[in-house]
Design a binder for this molecule. Structure first.
Ligand code: HEM
Length: 452
């Protein structure tokens, strides 16, 4: 039935007369079978549950980032040549600074809509990572990573890493005091890697910190290399999703061979266009009303200065927290020094991401279950997995709070050393407690709330 309707509408689109376009379309159809493929794909079924919108939010943030990034690139100068500022922001008048920082001040104060676009770009990055993490949690807790979607789990995790890293590159570009402080930490982390670290740091940064060429180095990585890699991975992710079809929550008429939902045209296409416009509108409203990264308040980067209450973007906060909370143990082995920062900033991320990457295989090994599945599980159907996930995210949340320990201490009038000690204890005690509690609750509950 719908096949018939599609044929009719294609016929109408090309018109009744044998125009060159119609002849070309017929030739293509006869030789490549295009219209039957198109007919088939236009009927591709998409699930209706809200939970599937999370990945779309991430995709649309990327589109907003590319669009706003192109605008920013028209005005940003990736140069650390020293200039004397004489722009509209009077408190910095006459101050020596890099051309990069001066161009971001101009973008914020002189370019029409420049500040709005800068803030929209920054908010899109923050929402992008949040959407990816919630999307990943959905995959994890509902078992969507199981066969045949293991490769897509790997691609999704790689996307998360690349997007977070590109965010770090992005907020390092303005060359303000905060971004310079972040780069200084990045240099120390690279340098702490045994054997190769010092050479790696000097090669990547173009010398010993602070260098005058780092902004010019990270600029092409930020605007071209990483976005191209992210676009490629997004394409592969969506291509696999298309080929393998979607997962779906359990329900009447749903099993591993059938699929319930709306066809791509017209329902899904209209719905997702609406979602895109809504998301772009909300992020633009954030950019218009919620100040983010007011670099003019921080001042230009000087290697001798550091700001108080310095905070990275939220998605780097867990790493910052780990560095702040780990005891200052510099370990000397033979002639080698393993600096304290090596453990929380290099070893810990390895310990976190390696099992995450391997999770689909570990899970199927543990359960001896290697089946192809399309129907998801409710989180509480697997109390063990739910407990591991809850403990893991509690661990990351305590680290995230640790990344802002000075801000919390001054906001609530707490003693910073006492808060730090409390967080060091909580990061060890709380995750197993939460995991045990989650396990007990999940055993008792059967969930139905995810069905839309
Ligand atoms: C995954 C993709 C991307 C992420 C996560 C990201 C993130 C960021 C962030 C957080 C900033 C700091 C903004 C601020 O000043 O407050 C930034 C700056 C910048 N981004 Fe991106 N960005 C992405 C893609 C792009 C693309 C594709 C372009 C250009 C085609 C671009 C161009 C720029 C420029 C020129 C700046 C410096 C100007 C400024 O800081 O105001 N970005 N980016």
């Amino acid at each position: 039935m719908s096949e018939h309707r599609l044929k009719t509408s294609l016929g109408r689109a090309f018109g009744a007369a044998p125009t060159p376009a119609r002849r070309a379309a017929r030739w293509l159809d006869r030789n490549l079978g295009g219209s039957s493929i198109l007919r088939e794909e236009l009927r591709h079924i998409f699930p209706d549950s809200w939970a599937f919108f999370l990945g779309e939010i991430a995709l649309y943030c990327f589109i907003v980032l590319v669009a706003t990034g192109i605008f920013l690139a028209l005005f940003f100068h990736a140069s650390q040549a020293v200039v004397i500022y004489h722009g509209s922001y009077h408190p910095l008048s006459g101050v020596p600074m890099s051309d990069a920082y001066s161009s971001v001040l101009d973008l914020s104060w002189n370019v029409r809509a420049g500040l709005l676009i800068r803030q929209v770009h920054h908010w899109a990055a923050l929402v992008f990572v949040a959407a990816l993490i919630i999307h990943l949690m959905r995959m994890f807790f509902t078992g969507a990573y199981r066969r045949p979607r293991r490769i897509n789990w790997l691609i999704g995790l790689s996307l998360l890493l690349l997007v977070g890293f590109n965010g770090l590159m992005g907020y390092s570009l303005p060359d303000d005091l905060l971004s310079g402080t972040g780069l200084r930490i990045a240099f120390s982390i690279t340098e702490s890697i045994p054997f190769i670290g010092p050479t790696m740091a000097t090669v990547l940064f173009g010398g010993d910190f602070p260098t005058t060429g780092i902004i010019a180095r990270i600029y092409p990585v930020h605007i071209f290399l990483l976005p191209a890699a992210i676009a490629g991975l997004l394409g592969a992710h969506l291509g696999l999703l298309w080929l393998q079809r979607h997962t779906e929550f359990p329900g009447p008429g749903r099993d591993d061979r059938t699929m319930v939902g709306s066809p791509m045209v017209p329902q899904y296409a209209l719905r997702t266009t609406g979602y895109f416009l809504l998301l772009a509108g909300v992020i633009t409203a954030f950019g218009a009303w919620l100040q983010i990264n007011p670099v003019w308040l921080y001042g230009p980067f000087r290697a001798t200065d550091a700001t108080t209450s310095a905070q990275p973007d939220w998605y780097m906060g867990w790493l910052e927290g780990a560095v702040r909370m780990f005891p200052g143990w510099d370990i000397q082995i033979g002639g080698f020094l393993l600096p304290a920062i090596f453990w929380p900033a290099v070893v810990l991320p390895g310990l976190i991401f390696t099992p995450l990457f391997l999770w689909p295989w570990l899970d199927s090994l543990a359960l001896r279950d290697n089946r192809f599945v399309n129907v998801l599980q409710y989180p509480s159907q697997r109390p063990g997995r739910m407990a591991v996930g809850a403990g893991f995210f509690t661990f990351l949340t305590v680290l995230l709070v640790g990344g802002g320990d000075d801000v919390f201490a001054s906001a609530f009038g707490w003693s910073l050393p006492v808060l730090l000690r409390a967080l060091q204890i909580l990061v060890i005690v709380l995750p197993p407690l939460v995991a045990a509690l989650t396990y007990a609750i999940a055993r008792r509950r059967s969930e139905r709330w995810l069905v839309s």
